[in-house]
Design a protein around this ligand. Structure first.
Ligand code: PRP
Length: 222
């Protein structure tokens, strides 16, 4: 565990301390307290439990990742950010605007067969348009769960002979990995909580939240 921790660029250690220790943004905190006092749900969705990663924390981490990428690709004139739809959209659009290099952006739409059973079969619903032969490709996703999606898509992309291929993910749940996956640029490593926001959804809801929040299904009323 110690060895593993040292590999993580950023570790969220205690989500439950987030609100208590006051690291949450004051605007959210004020709204949260006001609405709690009025006995109103402080969040726009009833299934949200608490904020795990604030908008400011995300912004700061995205800036750091963009700086690393800018520095690592100083000599690249063919840098492609390749996002996996739909979860990566918010992350990739923020990240790309902070990268100070010429870039091209493209997307693939993929889905897992039988996700509940983590079968590992990934279907390509829509492929990228760019011919990636000779390009420096950064494959971008919102979250690594089992790892099947990024592992399968990376193998497929390598067959298309890019000059280089790296993986960038906003969130990683290492406890859930079913396959080995090397994440070159990682936002946050998180425990096995169901999370929404900043592109991630619960039943297609919550992608518009500017923060990452955990959900409590018992709170959810259909
Ligand atoms: C999610 C997420 C990743 C994938 C991760 O996609 O965006 O692409 O699952 O899971 P894995 O590591 O177990 O493969 P989802 O199918 O929910 O689609 P979405 O991007 O449209 O939300």
């Amino acid at each position: 565990m110690l060895r593993f921790k040292s590999l993580l660029p950023y570790k969220i250690t205690n989500f439950y301390s987030t609100i208590r220790c006051g690291s949450i943004q004051s605007t959210y905190l004020e709204t949260y307290i006001e609405k709690k006092l009025e006995n109103i749900n402080p969040f726009p969705y009833d299934f949200i439990d608490r904020i795990l990663i604030t908008e400011d924390e995300i912004k700061e981490r995205v800036n750091t990742l963009a700086k690393q990428i800018t520095s690592d690709y100083q000599n690249s004139e063919h840098l492609l950010l390749l996002g996996l739809l739909r979860g990566s959209v918010v992350f990739i659009t923020d990240l790309m605007r902070k990268i100070e290099r010429p870039i091209t952006m493209d997307f693939m739409s993929v889905s897992s067969y039988n996700k509940a059973q983590s079968s590992g079969f990934v279907r390509i619903d829509s492929d990228h348009k760019t011919n990636i032969h000779g390009w420096d490709v950064i494959l971008i996703d919102d979250i690594v769960d089992s790892g099947y999606t990024l592992s399968t898509i990376s193998k497929l992309l390598l067959d298309r002979r890019p000059h280089s291929l790296k993986i960038c993910a906003l969130l990683d749940k290492p406890e859930r990995h079913k396959v080995h996956i090397k994440i070159d640029y990682l936002g946050f490593s998180i425990p096995d909580y169901f999370v929404v926001g900043y592109g991630l959804d619960y039943d297609e809801k919550g992608r518009n939240l500017p923060y990452i929040a955990s959900i409590n299904l018992h709170k959810h009323k259909d």
